[in-house]
Design a protein around this ligand. Sequence first.
Ligand code: ACO
Length: 322
Amino acid sequence: MTYSRIAGIGSYLPEKVLTNKGMEAIVETSDEWIRERTGINKRHIAGEGERTSDLGEAAARRAVEHAGLSLDDVDLIIVATATPDLTFPATATIIQHKLGVKNGFAFDVHAVCSGFLYALATADTFIRTGQAKCALVIGAETFSRILDWTDRTTCVLFGDGAGAMVLTAEDGEPEEYKGVLKTHLRSDGEYCDLLYVDGGPSATKTVGHLRMQGNQVFRHAVTKISDAMTTLCAQTGVDIADIDWVVPHQANQRILLGVAKKLGISVEQVISTVAEHGNTSAASIPLAFDAAVKDGRIKRGDTVLMEALGGGFTWGAALVRY
Ligand code: ACO
């Protein structure tokens, strides 16, 4: 049976760092409040003229190099982003051009903070059905561009960055898979007013700013994420106790720990980069995954569960054997 092997992973963070202390100069907040409520210490901010496609391109090049492959091998590029360079064309085709890829096809998916899981599930389906052989799955965001920098309840939470994963088509029996085992995606538009951007080409003709009822989002996050994780484990017959690592969407340290506690997962098994990166939306999972691969925590053969909830609401989980 054909499955998607995780051949390589890479990430990129803009050079500019904004610390919580630096944030104190922008809005009425404190390092102590931000750390206590969110676990965030600092975030990276894209430079002037640095676009989502630049971040995504850099992460993609690192992932392809890590996989030991050539850009000529790539025949599918999916970019998960809520902060595209332009309304159209898709950031994926812009990245395709920057990478000099001429094969296959490229498109964006838009599921905000769950975007990487949606992109992964989509790429996995194309590979399993024989429509692609080497997919670049990219999460890339410049949330700094859609923040209201006068709103302390949201602007302290987010950062910019990109992560990328290379999936290749392999044949093998399910017990031998070194890649995507299964994904589980959900959404419910009833909650679209709790987390949204108040602008867009069809509604207001302005780009708009992120608006969020943080405490309401928080309330839904732990329950919905835990539910997606347990559903996925039940569907695959994998016991939560057999999971080596959880790579969550990095929204807030308290959400990460809340989910771990609810499912009886040890805190040491939860990969957290929220302190260094803040919430980078669709980029946060591949950024965290890459950090844990590069520092030697996630090793080949480990079972890894990824999870996220984002605007929409969209949410879900993905189970892989790295
Ligand atoms: N600095 C100082 N004080 C602040 C700040 C700040 N940056 N922000 C809010 N406050 C104040 C509020 O004004 C309020 O003051 P008041 O009591 O005098 O009215 C007080 O702090 C408490 O505010 P709450 O909103 O109740 O604080 P809470 O404990 O809920 O924490 C937070 C807020 C961190 C946003 C939390 O609700 C959260 O993390 N929610 C989840 C958000 C999330 O994960 N979003 C991403 C989802 S994914 C995506 O798609 C983008």
